[in-house]
Design a protein around this ligand. Sequence first.
Ligand code: HH2
Length: 267
Amino acid sequence: MGIVNVTPDSFSDGGRYADPRAAVEAGLAMVEDGADILDVGGESTRPGAQPVALEEECRRVLPVIAGLCERTGVPVSVDTTKAEVARQAMDLGACIVNDVSAAGFDRQMLPVVAHYGAGLVLMHMRGTPRTMQEAPRYDDVVGTVRDALAGYLERAAAAGVGRSSLALDPGIGFGKSKDHNLALLANLDQLAALGCPLLVGLSRKRFLGEITGRPVGERLSGGLAAIAWCLERGAAMVRVHDVAAAADAVKVFLALRQAVLPGCAAE
Ligand code: HH2
């Protein structure tokens, strides 16, 4: 999943694609580089980020979603917590909603997604982006996140979102310290055991910098190591800024896995 952030303030690429045409071109280049899904977001979720009004979020993402849906064959996802943004994006052809609040911020999100029959990513976050990194604490982070994800599945099913439309995400960096993130990644197989495809977003994130001492623009190598780990532990998708490098890492991982397990498809 290639990240197309149309924001002035994203933590690693804020302001890069302020012009919708530049964002569409960046998305098309990601598809060339091997992205299977493009995820378009108009509201940064970096720690401390301020909320964005509905009209402004629509103004940012809708032209980009329209352009990408018109010009690529890959599924386009909208990264939003607002049901109305999701609705308008789906009217333009987006077919996945990536909601970092697991449909917890907007009560209309599940009914809207169910109505459109779209895909839905439900991510774990503690608190809100503005407050989530204020000394996060868990007694058992893996058990807490696993139980929360299981609860999201039930809530989505009760709202009529089909199980096959769902993916789950542990929410790396969303109300979690470096050690919490590492515990979740180390035990990703326990989350995969919930039986739903797992998406992991760790591209350029702070815990990589804490481990390597690298600034945000120099975390690619660390991120690729973590991607290989996630795939080995059951992740089905990874959300990345650097698509070409990640696609190579995925290809090599899959070739190796096929060599170990000859029955396994290399795709
Ligand atoms: N991370 C970010 C945003 N959306 N969605 C999912 N499902 N999983 C993630 O881990 C995730 C996400 C944060 O990264 P980014 O989009 O690069 O930054 P920002 O929120 O500052 O725009």
